[in-house]
Design a protein around this ligand. Structure first.
Ligand SMILES: Cc1cc2nc3c(=O)[nH]c(=O)nc-3n(C[C@H](O)[C@H](O)[C@H](O)COP(=O)(O)O)c2cc1C
Length: 499
């Protein structure tokens, strides 16, 4: 599979890092925003989160029957949803550089994700496609071509949701922003980034009692053209219709697709273009195409006796603050307190991490925990079984030094109390999804990461996403080398150092 080739080619090794060591060309750093100089900016109201349910938990159903077609979103709701998804929540000024930090974290603060909306029934906004500019919290219309837009639902799986919902968030990625620093490995980070933003958008929607769903199957070529994306430099990744759930609705307009590998040209790294372009879809002529190939995937549950099993506490303490409020305060923590993490606190993070499975491909994900310093949990590697709420020990012993080394000697990992490790088992990915499943699993890994970040922040604990690691060394730590699995993403957790 191309995905395996891509993973293998983009793994960090000591030799590669030494060879590529060198400074970055800061003058060539691509901007983090899109520009539409000829288009008038439409201001959104100041984001006001006070009407939201701030005690919102991460739980919500992954199954969306449909949306009420009568709902009209008001500009305040739109403003809050976009702000929580990807708004600017802080500024960091360094000599010669300023970072506009967002509600969602991003590898190297490069922010390859772009947020567009399809405003279908939003008060005071003409039906059309708009780019959200977080710098001034404005929208810029990118297309109002109603004839073209009317074809959108036909080109997106479960496109009926887009017809029904008052709002659809569309997440795209600009590969070059991330590839500038991370080269071919950047595609991994672009997908993780999307998952983080999507999870924030889902949370914001649910705080207004709206439902949402993630759709990652669509006709890439058509959608990219509609949004006027630069093929080969940018790609559409995810649709998220948002609205009031209609329990009585049944899925309509189910669209079926077939692979449509596309050769992409562009400045971004060739391997990214190969990986992304090879996973394009077009509408299938034969409706049974996907059904034929759909397979039941047996979830692999790790239970081999209770001897090495830790049953996690069920009663989870309340968040000090709701998850939504945590979005505004969330930052990556790199300085840890030396006090241990309680088992209950870890259990809660794991519960939140797996409480919602939003993206296709998420059944192929296992969540491991490397425990360095958790009260009541001997150091070692564990796999989390969310169905039975238990941790299964897979390797006993102190592995702080090995994990620190495997993560490019980053203190954020070496000093953390515990590390959540998101692992993908490609053999559990439905074959019908082909190469595209790579995107799905990485986006879900990002969404899990965001849930852990917010869950930690809500209880004043720290978290930091980590995507820089020596891939084979991480697999060795988990005893998964040569198993076909790959490590997608890590999140370090612990108590924040008192400042
Ligand atoms: C996919 C991803 C990978 C990341 N990898 C690392 C990492 O390896 N080491 C690290 O210290 N921070 C890492 N981060 C954290 C980012 O550096 C951080 O999000 C960014 O600087 C913005 O700061 P903020 O999270 O405080 O808003 C990662 C974040 C994401 C989303």
């Amino acid at each position: 599979m191309l995905a395996e080739y891509y993973q293998d080619e983009t793994k960090h090794t000591h030799a590669k890092l030494l060879k590529n060591a060198g400074g970055l060309d800061w003058d060539a750093k691509p901007p983090c925003f899109k520009e539409y100089p000829a288009v008038t900016a439409i201001s959104l109201p100041e984001p006001d989160l006070s009407p939201c349910k701030i005690d919102q938990t991460a739980d919500s159903s992954a199954v969306c029957p449909g949306f009420k077609t009568s709902t009209v979103l008001n500009p305040d709701e739109l403003s809050a949803i976009l702000f929580v998804a990807y708004g600017i929540t802080s500024r960091l000024s360094l000599p010669q550089r300023e970072y506009l930090l967002r509600a969602a974290p991003s590898a190297g603060a490069l922010y390859p994700t772009n947020v567009y909306i399809y405003a279908h029934r939003v008060a005071d906004l003409k039906v059309g496609l708009y780019y959200y500019d977080p710098r001034d919290h404005t929208l810029r219309q990118v297309s109002s071509d109603s004839a073209e837009i009317s074809h959108l639902p036909e080109t997106v799986a479960a496109g009926g949701f887009i017809e029904q919902a008052p709002l659809t968030i569309i997440l795209t990625t600009s590969f070059y922003r991330c590839a500038w620093k991370y080269k071919e490995r950047a595609y991994r980070y672009c997908c993780l980034d999307i998952g983080h933003v999507a999870e924030n958008a889902r949370l914001a929607a649910s705080a207004f009692d709206f439902g949402s769903t993630c759709i990652a199957r669509f006709e890439d070529g058509f959608v990219n053209r509609l949004l006027d994306l630069e093929e080969g430099e940018e790609g559409t990744m995810l649709f998220m219709p948002i609205g009031q759930i209609d329990e009585a609705a049944s899925r309509r307009n189910e669209v079926h697709f077939q692979p449509a590998p596309t050769e992409l040209d562009g400045k971004s790294s060739p391997l990214i273009l190969l990986m992304h372009g090879h996973a394009y879809l077009s509408r299938a002529d034969n409706k049974s195409f996907i059904e034929q190939q759909r397979k039941e995937i047996e979830a692999k549950v790790h239970k081999d006796g209770l001897e090495n099993t830790v049953i996690l506490p069920n009663s989870l303490p309340n968040d000090k603050e709701g998850l939504l409020a945590a979005v505004k305060r969330r930052r990556s923590t790199r300085n840890w307190d030396t006090a241990s993490l309680s088992l209950a606190a870890l259990a809660k993070r794991l519960h939140h991490a797996r409480s919602h499975k939003g993206m296709e491909g998420c059944d192929a994900i296992d969540l491991y925990v490397i425990a360095h310093d958790v009260e009541g949990l001997p150091p070692g590697v564990y796999v989390y079984d969310d169905q039975s709420n238990l941790l299964q020990l897979t390797k006993a012993g102190e592995i702080r030094a090995a994990t620190y080394a495997a993560c490019l000697f980053q203190d954020v990992v070496g000093n953390a109390a515990a590390i959540a490790v998101i692992v993908v088992d490609p053999s559990r990915i439905p074959e019908a999804d082909g190469e595209r499943a790579y995107r799905y699993s990485a986006m879900e890994a990002g969404a899990i990461g965001e849930r852990i970040y917010l869950s930690c922040e809500a209880d004043d604990l720290g978290a930091c996403g980590v995507a820089a690691f020596f891939d084979d060394e991480m697999l060795d730590i988990l005893d998964l080398r040569d198993s076909g699995h790959f490590v997608s993403y890590l999140v370090a957790m612990g108590r924040k150092a008192k400042s």
